[in-house]
Design a protein around this ligand. Sequence first.
Ligand code: ADP
Ligand code: ASP
Ligand code: MG
Length: 445
Amino acid sequence: MEVKGIMIVMKFGGTSVGDFERIKNVASIIKSNLNENPVIVVSALGGVTDNLISIANLSLTEDEVRAIFNKIIEKHHTTIEKLNIDEKIIQEDINRLNELVNKIITVKKTTSQDMDLLMSFGERMSSKILASYLSAIGIKALPYNAYDIGMITNSNFGNADILPYTYQKLKKNLSSVINKGVVPVITGFIGKSKDGSITTLGRGGSDYTASIIGAAMGASEIQIWTDVDGILTADPKIVKTAKSIDVVSYEEASELALSGAKVLHPKTILPAIEKNIPVRILNTFNPSHKGTLVLNRTAEKSRVVSITYKKHIVVISLSNRSMLKNELLKAASGVLSSNGIFEYSISASESSVSITIDEKEHTPALISDLKKIGNVESSINGVKVSIVGNDISFIPKISDLISSSLKGIKIEIMPSSESNINHSIVVTERQANSAVKRLHTAFFS
Ligand code: ADP
Ligand code: ASP
Ligand code: MG
């Protein structure tokens, strides 16, 4: 079944549904887009996912855990009360969450499967609240758990990915909802494995839910509504003067997201590329701003798009004097992929390579495999700061510009000139903000 006419996906992030006033604001944005058949994807109310995760913090006392649970419930009840909707809509979820909290308190341990179940409650409740408020103001809307309409994933808890038939299922189920004139309000972030366990798509995963749904439906646009005016030249929490960028290519946006720009979940762009759907990043706090459009285009030559950073990075140095540079690179890349690590950067000098990976991927198994190739040294917990753009090696005097702007900052790894879309350095946590600010000044003022 096809949707009659065009449709768009609108995803609203946590801060955008942080309290009753923000939810009213989101409802008015949805109301003004009803003629485009919007499918809504929603995150948990701001801060709720973090609160849910802390329920599983085993160093807390039972009273502390119950206090967090109560805080979560109170936040939802206050929101519901202020929106003047029926509080019964979330009662079932509260009961289930309460059972899980009791189990965690008694058993005093959590599996990755329990963690995903725990984290799922935020979106399960927010979708019901938003749908109910939309109905209350006269919009025909219904809440859906993504897994009930086809979001089926593998069992990689904490970072699950969809199974191929998800697209077909979502399309079939959602088309019939939309054709009845209903606005579906779908949980971001969560899915279910084939055996029926709830899974999550990784922190910030509601963006990915939106693009999966957009690709499944052949949407005319995937809108990511957040709390800033689109993709900026740096994180505005660090660089106050960061500017919004009008248009970026899929490749640039992907690289930004992979390099830590939190504004997009790293996988968001992939489904959009597959179906050539434009992604627009917009601000619920400033809805008339045109934001950033991400689309299939040849990127502008030699431009820096943004300075990004990624925390909790480990640098591994691997050396073997009897191997050629290319052999060493090939062997190291082989070990990374056989350990299931695909998000990394690697740069080489004559007899050693430097690998930067996320702290979470720094496992004993990886180190033992690398030791079979050569000498291994790791330095832990740095911040990778990246200059992301297009054809950046062709920017005149780029290396001089980078080194002069970073004078006095201790650099663990210098940029390798092998990538034309990303030059990265690794610095200590203490100097990271300063590195971001200085590079931003060097490239954008
Ligand atoms: P949401 O809850 O809407 O998903 P996120 O907090 O996940 O929002 O992402 C938006 C945040 O991303 C912004 O508030 C900003 O601090 C951060 N951010 C980091 N880098 C960038 C960047 N280059 N451009 C825009 N925002 C960025
Ligand atoms: N609520 C989830 C998180 O905080 C997913 C999201 O917001 O995109 O990670
Ligand atoms: Mg996000």
